[in-house]
Ligand binder design. Structure first.
Ligand SMILES: C[S@@+](CC[C@H](N)C(=O)[O-])C[C@H]1O[C@@H](n2cnc3c(N)ncnc32)[C@H](O)[C@@H]1O
Length: 199
């Protein structure tokens, strides 16, 4: 089920208006944490809903084979400029993730608040695709948005609901405590590492 045109236009307009309060202007502390601890190791990695893609640039600089995807042309153009300035290479795609098929599987996926940007009725399909795109044993690094509020975006990602969505039949949740990532606005993300089980 593709996302409707007005949703694509919604995100594009947010970037054109510079109305992007989620945008830190630098890589997330969660990414830095997982790189520093060695949880995230060099390999082929997907960054879905990458936005302006500071994480894409950081990963490319560290030697990862990175694919960044976003539906907003303005975000993608900004990322392409940043990559050119820093003289590193990544594959940048402007597409709807729900309509996209990768050529090859990934060793890891870094999911930073794209899930919470999508309406809950498509979460099951999106979580299935994330599992399909990862190789068996591959890792999903995921930031679940905690707004505690109804409605969105961003939509609240209740952790009990996430444990059901990313169920143990297909995913193994790392036992380490989640990585808390605060936002200035008072909401926060919780970062988890999930391993895709062998089919
Ligand atoms: C909250 S923003 C997060 C952007 C980036 N990950 C960050 O943290 O700065 C959500 C992003 O997901 C993108 N997005 C939402 N639905 C998408 C879809 N179906 N396919 C691709 N990108 C999508 C939006 O354009 C937006 O850039």
């Amino acid at each position: 089920m593709p996302i409707p045109d007005h949703i694509i236009e919604f995100w594009e307009q947010r970037y054109r208006d510079e109305n992007t309060p989620w945008d830190r202007g630098e890589p997330s502390p969660a990414l830095r944490h997982w790189l520093a601890t060695g949880a995230l190791r060099v390999g082929r990695i997907l960054v879905p809903g990458c936005g302006r893609g500071y994480e894409v640039v950081e990963l490319a600089q560290r030697g990862f084979e990175v694919v960044g995807i976003d539906t907003a042309p303005a975000a993608v153009a900004s990322l392409e400029r940043h990559l050119a300035e820093t003289r590193v290479t990544a594959e940048v795609i402007c597409a709807d993730l729900l309509e996209w098929e990768p050529e090859r599987e990934f060793d890891a996926i870094y999911e930073q608040t794209c899930l919470c940007a999508m309406a809950p009725p498509v979460w099951r399909e999106y979580s299935r695709l994330l599992g399909e795109w990862l190789r068996p044993g591959g890792l999903l690094f995921v930031l679940f948005m905690q707004t505690g509020q109804p409605g969105g975006p961003p939509y609240h990602c209740d952790i009990t609901a996430m444990r059901e969505l990313f169920g143990t039949a297909h995913w193994q949740w790392d036992a380490t405590p989640p990585v808390p990532v605060p936002h200035g606005s008072g909401i926060r993300e919780l970062g988890y590492v999930l391993r895709r089980r062998q089919p």
